[in-house]
Design a protein around this ligand. Structure first.
Ligand code: HSE
Length: 444
């Protein structure tokens, strides 16, 4: 039993756009945890309208008090709706609905990372003009409250960098390839069957989904506009099983990381397969789990771990946003937490550095003729480029084959220097393959 002297406030009325996995999760958890949520929010939060393509299917699943329609614009224009929850996804009709909701001074909760990554600046500007709140905890790393942590919990810090496993599908694929030695295609099919993958799985495996998310995180971490279009993006489809195995031998694990790093000349914003030391916590985040590592100047290193997708984890994030919106309804707009953590007129115009200016270490694998002087030629080219070698591995040559694999780790350098060195190495007559190049991060 709880005791309260507060006057009873009417419930907050939510219009839900989309009733797929996450939408049904939101509606169900709002009912299942109603009392707990009411005690926190100070009033009930109820779904009163749902817009979906096939209303008959949903009517059979929800309480008769909820009105179900196939007209989403009616919901966002409905004066009786306080908050719109957009769970349609994509950058098509979802964008029109969001802008229409804002035009009708609705507050919006969305889990739509693609929309915010591509049109976020436009959406936030429109929302600020209308004093509307856009809350989007569910857009990045599902159930992990990383937006809240970055925007509020770490607000005393100058964030130096963050690195995250923010796409469950690719992490699942990489874990299965390494653990079970399974080929890429087979594991991707499993990830699709398990429901982790995006509707278009190329968004996952080509790194686009992770880039959407890291562009949003970088904006909040550094107080810059959302700049997905400036991110360097490389996925995992070209990754060979042998690189996963060689990395293990060198004490590293390969993860698809979204990285945002502050450098004196600008900001690095990148997504690519990355070797990280096996002893790091992040290297041990396996399967479809997500984790984000943040380095702040005051707090030091922090890490956030949890389920990055799925019905209940994402519902957890969406409902946290609904409670936040409920609490902020009566606050002055200028006293609210800004959408991107920093006041809109305080956003910085720091440059996103081009790929050639990125600074990191590298893993190189190449097939060479097994004869004297080959290694000397390669190391001379690296030395000429002022690239220092950190570790090296040579595969036992195959009987009678006359060739072998050389694997090298370099110290930190600038990307254009390694590109030039690779160009010269590939021109050596003793080098029999293209050079496989992966980036290495020590995360320290
Ligand atoms: N396809 C995404 C993933 C879903 O695999 O992480 C969550 O955004």
């Amino acid at each position: 039993m709880t005791m309260s002297a507060r006057p009873a406030l009417r419930p907050i009325r939510v219009g839900l756009l989309g009733y797929g996995t996450v939408g049904s999760g939101v509606a169900e958890v709002l009912v299942a945890n109603r009392e707990e949520i009411r005690r926190r929010a100070g009033r009930d939060i109820e779904v009163t309208r749902i817009a979906v393509r096939n209303p008959a299917r949903v009517r059979a699943q929800v309480a008769a008090t909820i009105s179900v329609t196939d007209q989403p614009f009616d919901v966002v224009r409905d004066p009786a709706i306080d908050v719109v929850v957009e769970l349609i996804g994509g950058t098509g009709i979802a964008r029109d609905l969001l802008l229409e909701a804002i035009a009708h001074r609705k507050h919006v909760v969305t889990a739509n990372k693609a929309l915010l990554a591509v049109f976020g600046n436009e959406v936030f500007a429109a929302a600020s003009r209308q004093n509307a709140i856009i809350a989007f905890e569910g857009a990045v790393a599902g159930g992990i409250p990383i937006i809240k942590a970055l925007r509020e919990g770490l607000t005393a810090n100058r964030i130096d960098w963050l690195a995250g496993i923010i796409n469950g599908t690719t992490n699942f694929i990489l874990s299965e390839m390494r653990d079970k030695g399974l080929p890429f295609d087979e594991v991707l099919a499993q990830a699709q069957a398990l429901g982790y993958a995006e509707a278009d799985p190329s968004f996952d495996i080509d790194g686009i989904d992770a880039a959407h998310k890291v562009a949003i995180l970088a904006a909040i971490a550094f107080g810059i506009p959302v700049q997905f279009d400036r991110a360097y993006v490389e996925g995992i489809s070209a990754l060979a099983g042998e690189d996963i195995r060689y990395a293990e031998k060198l004490g590293y694990r390969i993860k698809l990381l979204g990285i945002a790093k502050r450098r004196p000349a600008g900001i690095e914003l990148r997504v690519h397969p990355t070797l990280i030391p096996t002893r790091r916590l992040l290297a041990n985040v396996e399967g479809a789990m997500n984790a984000v590592w943040v380095k702040g100047d005051v707090v030091g290193h922090t890490m956030y771990f949890g389920k990055g997708a799925g019905k209940e984890p994402t519902a957890s994030a969406v409902i946290a946003d609904l409670v936040d919106v409920t609490r902020m309804l009566t606050s002055d707009p200028e006293n609210r937490v800004p959408h991107l953590a920093f006041q809109p007129d305080e956003l910085s115009d720091a440059t996103i550095l081009p790929a050639g200016e990125m600074e990191t270490s590298y893993y190189l694998r190449l097939r060479v003729r097994d004869e004297p002087g080959v290694l000397a030629d390669i190391t001379r080219i690296l030395a000429d480029g002022r690239i220092s070698i950190d570790a090296m591995l040579q595969r036992e040559p195959d009987e009678g084959e006359g060739s072998t694999d050389i694997i090298m780790l370099t110290h930190q350098t600038i990307e254009h220097r390694i590109d030039t060195a690779i160009h010269h190495i590939e021109a050596l007559p003793t080098v029999l393959s293209k050079v496989t190049r992966l980036r290495v991060e020590q995360l320290n």
